[in-house]
Structures are given as structure tokens and as C-alpha cells.
Design a protein around this ligand. Structure first.
Ligand SMILES: [Zn+2]
Ligand SMILES: [Zn+2]
Ligand SMILES: [Zn+2]
Ligand SMILES: [Zn+2]
Length: 471
């Protein structure tokens, strides 16, 4: 279960706030993310017990869940996810998709409806939410309003491109992601870090500003020292291992362009350490048979370990090297012998991921000492995340469905919805109808929703055959 200091950054998509005055009920030191809204009551009104929401997990991805409690003091909700795992989630990491009931298009960041040049409300062609040009990160160029090309908000760009194993590298959305990633939706310098610069009290990491666990699948930028999710990084050649810090990584912000990634060398004791750490995360136990479990894991993941010079070691010779590393580093590895178990069982004395020795990384930094055991919280490792397409579908549905229809029931129906032609920039007084048709797996129409909104966004259902060219 997460516990956290409060953080108001529902309006996190804002770095350079246009001149607005904010009243904050909580000391400003707790609001690292410069924003346009610090009104707890107004923020809290977005959430209700029993409400279906999308909540960002520490892997950077959104999952469907239901709010069971609201903690106004700490700006968080207790969310029960689809797989029944439960966690406190900060408001900044919850997407409700709730629209203003009055039908006015509001900026989803500052909740204000004024829309005048040079700060007009621009409507996302994917989720239909509005954003002031200056509230969105990065700031929306006036050329977007003039153009007929589709425009996606930061959230939708992330929702359509982030993935387990790394974000999309190709296609127009991948390009848009690359551009978005050159600025952060929060003020990095305001984050309050622990001593080792691994966790911050605001639970704000990465390009996405979501929560994170540095000891799972995250990389630290060697320049700004922020941590980034595997799911949001676009430069991986191989799937990441848990707690694998044997990389020299420069984020897109620091690199002013694509990320930089270089594999750092591992020694045999690092291979044993990293592999035992991964086994302990995956199997949630401490001791592993050095030959049957550890060596099998190493051989199966030989490519992913990216061992450089060691990579050419013939399979038959590997076990010898590993066994020697285990037996000659008993300050790090614990043999089963010590606890009257079999001597070929090994475990980490302290479950903590290995640190690279590279001088490039350690310059100007204290060498790290593993002083405490890493506690792995309940994770959603077994369940594949929803496809970005479904996440978008949820966002739209959350915004439009009547409350009494539970989203969880609809999820099973293999939604076929799409957004078609939509329009940005709220027209003065203009109104068009929005329509969603939810089809079941056989393509039969189950539910039709029409809603009049003061914008040109229109939703149109599309059958399965049309979907490939869509979302
Ligand atoms: Zn705004
Ligand atoms: Zn959007
Ligand atoms: Zn991220
Ligand atoms: Zn950086």
C-alpha cells in the first residue's frame, strides 16, 4: 500500500503558469508542481466513492479501478483495481474524465472556461478534453488552432505510446511523444528527495509525472538524476530487468532530443547479484538453487543481460564462473549452508539491486551501500496492461457514460469505439452532438449515448474492420 505526502498536481501539466493567483490551503512546500489550482474542495469534487477511474501505477501505465475511499487531507484516493489489488493513489495520478455537467468546455488543468487568444482552449482530438494553450505542457502553439491536423494532448500521447518493455519508437504518435518528452509537466527542482536521490515525497517521476519504484524497471538520468519508467523510454533494444542500473542514460530533456543509452559492463558477481535480485522479485522467496534455478535464469536471459565481453562465454563454462562469484563474495551472497539448508542454495544477504562500478556514473557521488532490504509492494506484474486503445476508450467512456452503468461491466464487451473527426478550439456558443455506440464482440449495438457539447468534437462508433486505421 502506498503512503505518501500530499501533492497537488492535478494541474501537473503546467510548468510556466500564466499570471494567475492561487490560494493554497496546504503549505506551498507540499506543492512542487506549479499549477493553476490549489483548491482542495474543487479538486475533491472530481472524485466520488464507487467511481470508476483510470489510475496510474508505479510502472507509469494506467489501470482501471474503482475509488473506495477519498482522503482530502492527503489528496489521494484508495483505489481497488480490476485484479483486486488495492492502493492509495494520489489525485494527480487519477484520471476521471469527468466533464463539467453544465456543458461548458473547461480547461482540464485549471478548470477555467475562458478562451481568448493567446490562451484559447484547445480540444484534444482523442479524449475530447480541453486545455488552455498555456496550461498544457508543452505550451500549444497557435498554429495548432489554425491547422486541420489532429492534435493529441500530452496524456493521450502517453496513453497511446507507452508500453511494458518500452514506448513505441515509430509512427506519428511516437514522434509526438519524443517532442512532448523534451519538457516535463512539473518543476523538477521543487521535488523533495531522500538521501540517495531515489524517492521523492511527491511521488513524481519520469516524463509522465507518475509514481514509480526505482528498484523495479526504471532508469536514472545521469544528468538530472530523475528516474524514468521503462514504459516511457523509447531507446531500449532489449527488455529491461528489474533493478538493472547497468546503463548510462541521459533523458530527452537533458539531451534536448532522443534519449541516450549505453550499456555498462557487468562482472560475474554483478550477473549473479542482478539475477538473484530478479528471481527474488519474481518468485518472492529468498533462496535459489544455484544450478537449477539461478543458472537456468541466467542462461534463459543471456541476451537481456547484455554482457559485453562476457557474452561470448560458452554455456558450459558459465556455471563455474557464477559459482566462484557466489562463494567468493559471501558478504553479498548467503549460502544455504548458513541456515542449515543445502549448500548449493544461494540468496542475497540484503535484497537490494546491484550498483554499477563505472567511474562515469560514480564521479562526484558517494559509493552506494545496500543498507536496507527492498520491500516489493503488491504489483500488477502478472496482468498485461490494457492496450492504449482501450485506455483511450475508457477515458471517453468515463467522460460520457451515465454513472449507473458500471464501466467494469462494459470492459468485458470488447469495446469498439473510435473517435472520428473532431475539432479543437471551442467555438463561441457552437454546439454539436457527441455520440458513442458501444458494440459487443459480435458487433451488435448495445448502447448509444448522445450528448450535446459546446464544441465540435464528435465521437463515432466504428466496427472492427475499420478500427485498424483508427485510434
Ligand atoms: Zn487552463
Ligand atoms: Zn487527450
Ligand atoms: Zn513515465
Ligand atoms: Zn535528465
Amino acid at each position: 500500500m502506498r503512503d505518501s505526502a500530499s501533492a497537488d498536481n492535478l494541474a501537473a501539466h503546467q510548468k510556466s503558469t500564466p499570471n494567475r493567483q492561487h490560494k493554497s490551503p496546504v503549505p506551498l512546500s507540499q506543492f512542487p508542481l506549479k499549477d493553476g489550482l490549489a483548491d482542495t474542495a474543487r479538486l475533491a469534487s472530481k472524485f466520488e466513492e464507487g467511481q470508476d477511474v483510470l489510475a496510474r501505477w508505479s510502472d507509469g501505465l494506467f489501470y482501471l479501478g474503482t475509488i473506495s475511499k477519498i482522503d482530502k487531507h492527503k489528496h489521494r484516493c484508495f483505489v481497488i483495481f480490476e485484479d483486486q489489488s488495492k492502493s492509495w493513489v494520489l489525485w494527480k495520478d487519477i484520471q476521471t474524465g469527468k466533464w463539467d455537467s453544465g456543458g461548458e468546455m473547461l480547461c482540464s488543468i485549471c478548470q477555467n472556461e475562458s478562451s481568448e487568444p493567446p490562451n484559447e482552449i484547445v480540444i484534444c482530438d482523442k479524449c475530447g478534453q480541453g486545455y488552455h494553450q498555456l496550461c498544457h505542457a508543452p505550451i500549444i502553439d497557435p498554429s495548432v488552432i489554425a491547422s486541420d491536423d489532429k492534435w493529441l494532448c500530452r496524456q493521450c500521447v502517453f496513453a497511446t505510446t507507452t508500453n511494458r518493455g518500452g514506448a513505441l519508437k515509430k509512427g506519428p504518435n511516437a514522434k509526438a511523444l519524443q517532442e512532448m518528452k523534451q519538457s516535463l509537466p512539473y518543476a523538477l527542482e521543487d521535488l523533495v528527495w531522500d538521501q540517495g536521490h531515489k524517492t521523492n515525497i511527491q511521488q513524481c517521476y519520469c516524463y509522465c509525472g507518475g509514481p514509480g519504484d526505482w528498484y523495479l524497471k526504471m532508469l536514472q538520468c545521469n544528468k538530472c538524476k530523475q528516474w524514468f519508467h521503462e514504459a516511457c523510454i523509447q531507446c531500449f533494444q532489449k527488455l529491461m530487468l528489474f533493478g538493472d542500473r547497468f546503463y548510462l542514460f541521459i533523458c530527452s530533456v537533458c539531451n534536448s532530443g532522443p534519449e541516450y543509452l549505453k550499456r555498462l559492463p557487468l562482472r560475474w558477481k554483478d550477473v549473479a547479484h542482478l539475477s538473484l535480485y530478479n528471481l527474488s522479485v519474481i518468485h518472492k522467496k529468498k533462496y535459489f538453487d544455484s544450478e537449477l534455478e539461478l543458472m537456468t535464469y541466467i542462461n534463459e536471459n543471456w541476451d537481456r543481460l547484455q554482457l559485453g565481453e562476457l557474452a561470448d562465454t560458452p554455456r558450459a563454462e558459465r556455471y563455474e564462473w557464477i559459482l566462484e562469484a557466489l562463494n567468493s563474495n559471501l558478504n553479498m551472497f548467503m549460502s544455504g549452508k548458513e541456515i542449515k539448508k543445502k549448500k548449493h542454495l544461494f540468496g542475497l544477504r540484503i535484497r537490494f539491486p546491484p550498483a554499477p562500478q563505472s567511474s562515469e556514473l560514480l564521479s562526484g557521488r558517494e559509493p552506494e551501500k545496500a543498507s536496507h532490504e527492498i520491500k516489493i509492494k503488491g504489483r500488477k506484474a502478472t496482468k498485461p496492461p490494457h492496450s492504449s486503445r482501450l485506455v483511450i476508450a475508457y477515458l471517453v467512456l468515463l467522460a460520457l457514460l451515465p454513472r449507473d452503468l458500471k464501466l467494469g461491466q462494459i470492459v468485458e464487451l470488447n469495446l469498439r469505439i473510435n473517435l472520428s473527426k473532431s475539432r479543437r478550439s471551442r467555438p463561441k456558443g457552437g454546439a454539436t452532438a457527441q455520440k458513442i455506440i458501444i458494440l459487443d464482440i459480435f458487433g451488435r449495438s448495445l448502447y448509444t449515448i448522445c450528448r450535446r457539447l459546446k464544441n465540435f468534437t464528435s465521437l463515432k462508433s466504428l466496427g472492427q474492420h475499420e478500427q485498424k486505421s483508427g485510434v
